[in-house]
Design a protein around this ligand. Sequence first.
Ligand code: PMP
Ligand code: GLU
Length: 392
Amino acid sequence: MLSKKLSNITPSYTIGISTKVNELKSQGIDIINLSIGEPDFFTPDAAKECAVNAIHANKSKYDDAAGLKALRSAIKEKLKKENNIDYDIEEIVVSSGAKHAITNTLIALLDDGDEVIIPKPYWVSYSEMVKLTGGSPVFIKTKKENDFKLTASELEESISSKSKLLFITNPSNPTGAVYSKEELSDIVDVCLKNNIYIISDEIYEKICYADEYTSIASLSKEAKEITVTINGLSKSAAMTGWRIGYSACTRKIAKAIGAIQGHLVSHPSTIAQWSAYGALTLCRDEMAKMVSIYKSRRDRATMLLSKINKLSFINPQGAFYLFIDISKFKDSFNFSDSFSIAFCDKLLEEYKVAVVPGIAFGMDDFIRISYACDISDVEEGIKRLKDFVESI
Ligand code: PMP
Ligand code: GLU
């Protein structure tokens, strides 16, 4: 009955775990939730007020498929000022979250069987989005000693005549690694030589603790031509439920994305778009405050984790995740399919800590924890993780 496309699609692990945690919590069970990557902060007041004002001003009619002009102008300004990329508003499309912006892009660019290169570890939804839009995901192994960042030579080795697109997530989910300008330039050179487009997922770009952040499209005119920049408000402004993200790219691709969106959803909710407008134009200070709190949690979490024997992790330079190597415990587990799922199930069942199994990101010897939660939860969660691994 169901489409063949769905035969090898798995539901989102991150969303699934979070639903399970909410269920357990509603039964009164004390769970420390370090699973889903969702800011614990609330949407800044000024952004909420913009939405309320929009409701009262009846700004609730159909509008441009590509998004409100005022919001696209604010995004244009942001990309110019903060990311050093000069996009016209016709090159920007506002969508219902970065997820939707990525899916629109894949529909616009992929023909059946086109290969999409995805460096491992990868964010949980990329492979499924590619399969759903007719593409074929090709995973590249990266090296732990390079913080699992893709190198130009690793990319070169995985290119075939069917390669069409490359995903780069910067900062990375799940590792928090941040690419340097030089690393990105080398990757862009390979893409330019081989006619490969780049989806540059920059959803965590504001949450960056490194001294320098580079957007791929800012590297050169040529880099900008082959790049679709993806961003949104979910993480930077703690606006996950409002569902506002965006893509910025060449006029030709943006026009295609606008047409696709016009048929599928018309445009994201106008009220949510006004709220995003408020966030971008009025809430810089609140956003910066959130980042400094994430940074102090990162420092505390890495200090506590470094004291646990047999666990190692990538030192994150951005986002709010820690990708932890649990391979030293593999021999102590009985599992049929996935070691990381068995590890996480036991941690949840016996120590009441929810984390995401590495298999969700294509790497079964790892787990991911999120520190987008109160510092007391970060501390208690890591303490229970320590007790758990010491009991193994
Ligand atoms: N990209 C990455 C790397 C993510 O972690 C997420 C998580 N939500 C998204 C895209 C999607 O974000 P949004 O809420 O804007 O759809
Ligand atoms: N992106 C976040 C995560 O990786 C939120 C959940 C999701 O959209 O997958 O946990």
